[in-house]
Design a protein around this ligand. Structure first.
Ligand code: SF4
Ligand code: SF4
Ligand code: SF4
Length: 260
């Protein structure tokens, strides 16, 4: 990992590409904890706080939210990478392509033309995970992110402590909180293969996990998808589920890798 000079306040940027800005709002929701952090770091880019034309200063850490949907997004993301010692993918849109990636699987030309009234000016590249475009040093998963993981990452970098998210599934958090298992009722829950850290928030409301935090290392993906088929879900239904948060391409890539 590149060395950062801790004698001066760390220069930190938070940038949104194509996104709903929910991950940035989640950081703002930290309130006093965010203000306390400002004693340790200098924010050099955060459009949610200041309405300025985007320019890319030199940064120690840049957290990038949102998907790369346009050529301009791609140009900015490459510029950020060049100017940042540490590049962090912030949230599902950035790290996994997010809901924007659904387009890749459903006639992108037709969709974009219908959405933008047949304009010829619209860029329409496939939506990639951000690490397919630039090197990513850290990822904070989720839609939106768990803002405590954001704090933990920044303080870990400040104190030279290794940052990692324990590779435990959502089921672990779900069951340790005593939530009812909706998979047992036949709901298509992805909890057994998804990285914990959101406190199984969807299961608190008995909503099946749709996988916004991505796969954890070692997840038994094939077995779980077979289980969903055994419950009666078709491949098409499973594909739609995996497309919601950009899991489908990750699983297809894993399958390709395992064939080599
Ligand atoms: S990951 Fe979710 S909350 Fe964050 S920007 Fe994307 S859609 Fe919004
Ligand atoms: S409801 Fe989902 S996350 Fe919770 S234990 Fe069952 S399968 Fe796991
Ligand atoms: S339970 Fe699943 S879908 Fe819900 S926030 Fe957690 S990882 Fe995301």
């Amino acid at each position: 990992m590149p060395k950062i000079n801790k004698k001066k306040k760390l220069k930190v940027g938070i940038v949104g590409l194509t996104s709903c800005e929910g991950c940035q709002f989640s950081i703002m929701d930290l309130g006093k904890q965010f203000l306390d952090l400002l004693k340790e770091i200098e924010i050099v880019q955060f459009r949610l706080l200041e309405e300025k034309v985007f320019k890319t200063p030199k940064m120690d850490i840049c957290l990038v939210e949102g998907s790369v949907v346009t050529k301009e997004n791609k140009r900015i993301v490459k510029e950020i990478r060049k100017n940042s010692k540490i590049f962090v993918a912030l949230g599902n849109c950035s790290s996994m392509g997010g809901i924007h990636q659904i387009k890749n699987y459903h006639n992108p030309q037709k969709l974009i033309q219908e959405t933008y009234f047949h304009s010829k000016e619209i860029d329409n590249p496939d939506v990639l995970d951000i690490d397919q475009i630039v090197k990513v040093d850290y990822t904070i998963p989720g839609c939106p992110v768990n803002n405590l993981e954001f704090l933990k990452l920044v303080y870990s970098l400040l104190k030279d402590i290794d940052f990692r998210i324990p590779p435990k599934p959502i089921c672990y958090e779900c069951q340790s909180r005593g939530y009812h298992c909706v998979l047992m009722d036949g709901e298509p829950c992805l909890g057994p293969i998804i990285l914990g850290g959101c406190e199984a928030i969807c299961l608190k409301s008995q909503m099946p996990c749709q996988g916004c935090r991505g796969l954890f290392k070692g997840a038994q993906v094939k077995n779980h998808l077979q289980h969903l088929k055994d419950l009666g879900f078709s491949q098409e239904e499973i594909n739609h589920l995996l497309e919601i948060y950009g899991l489908r391409n990750d699983i297809e890539e894993q399958n390709e890798e395992s064939k080599k």
